[in-house]
Structure formats: structure tokens, C-alpha cells
Design a protein around this ligand. Sequence first.
Ligand SMILES: Cc1cc2nc3c(=O)[nH]c(=O)nc-3n(C[C@H](O)[C@H](O)[C@H](O)COP(=O)(O)O)c2cc1C
Length: 329
Amino acid sequence: MIQPGPLHIKNLKVDPPLILAPMCGLSHTVLRQLILEYTGCGLFYSEMLSARALPLESPDSSPWLRTTDRERPLIYQLLVSHPTELAAAIEKIESCGGDGLDLNMGCTTALITKRGGGIALMKDPKRAEAIVSTSRSATDLPLTAKIRLGWTLDWGTLKEFCSMLQDTGVDAISIHPRLRQDRLKRPARWEYIGRIKELLDIPIIGNGDVDSPESAMRMFKLTGCDAVMIGRAAIGRPWLFRQIAASIWPQSYPVTLPVPSEAFNRFVSLLESCFEPEYALPLLKKFTFYFAQNYAFGHTLWRLVHNASSLAKAAALANDFFSTQTVTG
Ligand SMILES: Cc1cc2nc3c(=O)[nH]c(=O)nc-3n(C[C@H](O)[C@H](O)[C@H](O)COP(=O)(O)O)c2cc1C
């Protein structure tokens, strides 16, 4: 059995090479703290942060920048459409102690692509190149880019785009191998992770549809990627990194048996201590959408939390639900 080793992104060591994906409204301090309690995640990405708005945010008041010293390493992801937006945003990331900077080149939301951000950059390689080269000149921090396959499936264009990223100074690429119109539908085309890995010298982070130790190992084996990045499955099961680590590196990560209701209650208490009530309740609702999938009647849990008017009421209703349910496994 192959045992993937630590990933090095420039001078940043990622050990184990298992990574939390950037997810808007989900990859925040509370999810990171919960994942840390289970261990097994070697690198966190923040949710996407607007390069234009970021300079005005303060880590003390901004829910998006809130973090603790333990949530490391942490790479901040920037949503950027023009090189002029970068200087102040990168300065802010450095002042917040970020361990790296990621450029979002994969977001498919229409509002964002219309403004030239996210996957719109894959259609405009000259502007993408200018953004990478300005970022590279502005910071010595590890610089990564997160891409999709593009707007249409065209290996020649994709190959050129990835080579441009490497040649312009990107230190690692995360690949979510879906097209723009795929959104999150149809299976991720992992074969493209392998093809890009063969093409480039910099580390490649594979992403898309990993939801178990078996699928993580399959992605490592089939694509040769240097690290696996996990999004949705890690929200519902914050212990997933630990389970994957325990199956690949059992000598370092003994097996644990998570109790989902305990994870939910811990999430609620971290939300209470980290966020004001007006932020905490919507964040619990977003989390519960994914967490509910642990239960056969998860839609009931989702509805109860979704309709609750306070965090305390949501937690009470959820605990009534847990007392009558079994976990689907
Ligand atoms: C609710 C949600 C929010 C997301 N927000 C971001 C984001 O801010 N930046 C980004 O690059 N990708 C974002 N993504 C995409 C994920 O990072 C990831 O590429 C995608 O979910 C596929 O991985 P998975 O199958 O492990 O979930 C988001 C995905 C979801 C479901």
C-alpha cells in the first residue's frame, strides 16, 4: 500500500496531506476548531474573501477573519478580479498571520463571474497571469490557485493555463475537476487531476467527491496527487480527516469512534463563544444542512434547526431529535 508523505508548498509543511476546502459560510473558525479536536487535517483554507472588501475588515470584528492561534496552517483564499485589488488585500493577509494566499479561479456564481472573478479568470488567461504575477511580486508567502477544468472541456487550453500558473510563480494548484456548468453535479473527473500532475512539477492538490477513507486513498492512487482536499463531507463529518489519517497512517493516528451528537453540541458551544447570535444561528443552519446527512431522518433535524428562532432553541430541538435517532453510519 502506498503511504502518501507530507506535502510541501514552498516552505510550508502540510502533514498529513489532507486539507479542508475553502467553503463560503462554512470554512470558518468554528469548523476549524472542531476539526482540530479530532485531528488529521494538515491545512485549512479560509472561505473566499473579497480582495476589495478585505482591507476594510478587522480580525477582531470580522466573522470571516476570526481565528485562533491553533488553527494553523491557514491559507486565506482571495476572490480577485483585477491586479490592482491585490496589494492591500495581501498586506491584510500578512498582518493577520496567514500562512499562505490562494487565488480563487473556480467559483461559478454568476454574480462573481460577471465581475470577472472566480472561474471567469480561466477564460481570460492574460488577466489571470497578471493577477498571479502581481501576487507573486507582492509576497513571499506560499501562493496557491484553486481551479476547475474551465468553461468547456479542452485539454489544450487547460494545459496552457496550468503551465502559465506554474511559470508565473504559483507554488501549488488545487484542482476541482468539474466544468463551470457542472457546478457540483456529475462526478468529478479525477483523471484530469492525474493528467495535470503528470504535466507539472509543482504539487497538485486533488479535490472533488472524497467522502471516506476509501475514496481518499483511491484519489491518491489514481491521480498521484500530493494531497487530498475535502469540502462537503468534512462539514457533516468533521472527524473524517481523522478517519482517513487513521486508515492511511495508523501508527500516528489511532482509530476513534466519533459520536455525532457530541460533535453537534460542541459546534454549538464553539459558535456561542466565537460569534454574535446574529451570525451564530445562520451558521448553525448552514452546518446542519450537511450534518443532518448522518441520520436516516436527517431532513427532520434540518427542518427543526432551520425553523428555530435562537441557538438555544435549535440545540434543544436537535437534542430531542438525537435521543430518538440512530446514526446511518
Ligand atoms: C457551500 C459551498 C461553498 C463553497 N465555497 C467555496 C469558496 O469559497 N471557494 C472555493 O474555492 N470553493 C468553494 N466551494 C467549492 C469547494 O471548495 C469544493 O471545491 C467542492 O465542494 C468540491 O469538493 P467536495 O466534493 O469535497 O465538496 C464551495 C462549495 C460549497 C458546497
